[in-house]
Ligand binder design. Structure first.
Ligand code: F6P
Length: 359
């Protein structure tokens, strides 16, 4: 019997839990099919590696000791979806090359670990006839069709720790500290960390803010004798006026002016007279070892992917729905985003605590 050849790649931004997922799926495949009947083919640097044939047969020992490792042992790269079907200066037909690599490697299936962009390309490859299974990764938690993505909760823990630490400086110096939190166009990370880290004001892309209302919230706290305030601000926030612009114009505004964080801090200092500082943890939020929650989630997702391989259920991506691990059709989720519901329970929880959203 010929060995089952399973290709794996990690694509887009790295995050904690990628290696734990790889380990989960590989160990479960070895268990199901027998170590001698499976060959894992590692594809370096995401779709770039698939386009350029950067593949190698991996040994079982390479998957030991990686549960706790951050980043990805396979390497990753951003390969924008919108360019996938465009032939650029390099004259490379990317989809054709990816199909060729898959066939040359005699793969039985391809596992793609990634977020929104990754899943759109996975769907493209499934349409091209490849046996693809996606696994939902991103600290942004904005992948449609799954309650949660691996990497998210570790990033929430790190962002919460940052807010905890900022509290001591803010309180000691009687300052405003504006902490910018990643998440792309989604506010999940900021909302969760903001609530868990005791932020006084939380600004999300899903709820455009009015700077006067943000300043009012700071002043209200000062009037109650609170000499400091902590703001958790998502990197993708929009001022209420900018939010009214068309998507393209809004994006252009941010290309020209950058994120709002520094402007928010400067405006608060100007309007309230209270000293303000900015903190941007940035990629720290994606670094290091996955939390126990993410190790568990990644392992469950990986094990489920092995089951999909055994059942030959391709063109799907693993998901957590209502607390149960399951899968969605790639075509049903690709290109859709899961954003924070401004009227949802979590936002209401924060409002009920008196946290301001600047609206
Ligand atoms: O998607 C994960 C993420 O960290 C986003 O939160 C952020 O906007 C983006 O990636 C940053 O990308 P890069 O690492 O390419 O700068």
């Amino acid at each position: 019997m010929s060995k089952k050849r399973i290709g794996i790649l990690t694509s887009g931004g790295d995050c904690p839990g990628l290696n734990a997922t790889i380990r989960g799926v590989v160990k479960a495949c070895y268990e199901r099919f027998g170590e001698d009947n499976v060959q894992i083919v590692g594809i370096s640097n995401g779709y770039y590696g698939l386009i350029h044939g950067l593949c190698r047969d991996m040994q079982p020992s390479e998957f030991s000791g990686i549960l706790t490792q951050g980043g990805t042992i396979l390497g990753t790269k951003r390969q924008p979806f919108k360019m996938m079907t465009v032939i650029g200066d390099d004259n490379i037909d990317k989809v054709k090359n990816m199909v060729e690599t898959y066939n040359k490697q005699k793969l039985d299936c391809l596992l793609t670990l990634g977020g929104n962009g990754t899943h759109k390309t996975s769907n493209l490859l499934a349409d091209a006839g490849l046996n693809v299974i996606g696994l939902p990764k991103t600290i942004d938690n904005d992948l449609y069709g799954t309650d949660v993505t691996f990497g998210f909760h570790t990033a929430v823990d790190i962002a919460t720790d940052a807010l905890d630490r900022l509290h001591t400086t803010a309180a000691s110096h009687s300052r405003i500290i504006v902490c910018e939190i990643m998440g792309n166009k989604a506010g999940w990370l900021t909302l969760y960390a903001g609530i868990a880290g005791g932020a006084d004001i939380i600004l999300l892309p899903e709820i455009p803010y009015d700077i006067d209302k943000v300043c009012d919230a700071v002043v209200r706290r000062a009037q109650k004798g609170k000499t400091f305030s902590i703001l958790a601000v998502a990197e993708g926030v929009n001022d209420i006026e900018i939010a009214k612009l068309k998507k393209k114009q809004r994006e252009q505004y941010h290309v020209e002016n950058g994120n709002d964080t520094a402007r928010i801090a400067a405006q608060i200092q100007k309007n309230t007279g209270i000293e303000a500082r900015v903190c941007v943890p940035g990629h720290m939020l994606r670094g290091g070892s996955p939390s126990a929650y993410d190790r568990m989630l990644a392992t469950q997702f990986g094990v489920h992917a092995a089951k999909l391989i055994a059942d030959e259920k391709f063109g799907r991506t693993v998901a957590m729905v209502d607390g149960k691990v399951t899968s969605n059709k790639l075509e049903d989720i690709a290109g859709k985003k899961k954003l924070v519901d401004p009227n949802g329970q979590q936002v209401q929880t924060a409002r009920d605590l008196g946290i301001s959203f600047g609206d």
